[in-house]
Design a protein around this ligand. Structure first.
Ligand SMILES: [Fe+2]
Length: 139
């Protein structure tokens, strides 16, 4: 599956759409490293990219949840629940990557698939519901 943002994912809130594009670009970076380099340097680069992803995900979730709270958006709770779930999954993956127990390429490839699928599904099924409902004129 392609790791990229597409027009179909547009929420219509520029700040959120911009964040989503950035998240895809970090996941694509993750994939590029996995493909290129399976040495120790590659593992280090992978760790850095994951840390960057974790930071960006945290900031993005905060921004998105804040926008929803301010708009008294009724999908807030469900969206927040999904965000917490991903945050936990990402944390445990990063912990395993750091202590080296992740090891094999298969586990890393699975993580790449998980991230790409999660991001796509979450945006298409959950975030997209914001379209036209938070900024009625947008989308
Ligand atoms: Fe979201």
């Amino acid at each position: 599956m392609a790791i990229s943002w597409s027009e179909a994912m547009k929420v219509g809130i520029e700040l959120v759409d911009e964040d989503h594009r950035m998240l895809f670009s970090i996941v694509a970076e993750f994939e590029a490293i996995v493909k290129q380099d399976d040495s120790a340097a590659g593992a280090q680069a992978l760790g850095q990219t994951l840390a960057k992803l974790q930071d960006y995900v945290r900031d993005h979730f905060e921004r998105e949840e804040q926008i929803q709270l301010e708009a008294k958006y009724d999908g807030y709770e469900e969206n927040k629940r999904q965000h917490q779930e991903l945050t936990r999954t990402l944390e445990s993956f990063i912990a395993r990557q750091r202590d080296g127990s992740l090891g094999e390429a298969v586990a890393i490839a699975r993580m790449r698939d998980f991230l790409a699928i999660w991001l796509t599904e979450h945006i298409l099924r959950t975030d997209r519901r914001m379209r036209g409902r938070i900024l009625p004129w947008a989308g």
